[in-house]
Design a protein around this ligand. Sequence first.
Ligand code: SF4
Length: 97
Amino acid sequence: MHQNNQHTPTPRRIVDPESVTAWMADGNCRLHPPEVFFPSDGAGVDRAQAICGRCPVAHTCLEYALEHRIEHGVWGGASERERRRILKRRRLTVTAD
Ligand code: SF4
């Protein structure tokens, strides 16, 4: 649910339910400091991924990050490298069809 380096909790009552980012209000990361999702090492990535693994909006979060080509941080349980791999795989699938 983080917006680049601004991993700001969003109180549910001020979220516009029509917004494309309304799902962020339900993200588990609202309960953690933003820097947790911008780790500098593998252990930090594991820690963020464990939180994402219990997140009810992980799928939406990952798709949002992929769609918006967000390069930094852990989103939807996927690291930067993993998102690059997913995008590459999807590109290959599209061109193979
Ligand atoms: S999947 Fe992770 S980054 Fe995305 S909203 Fe949930 S806790 Fe936050």
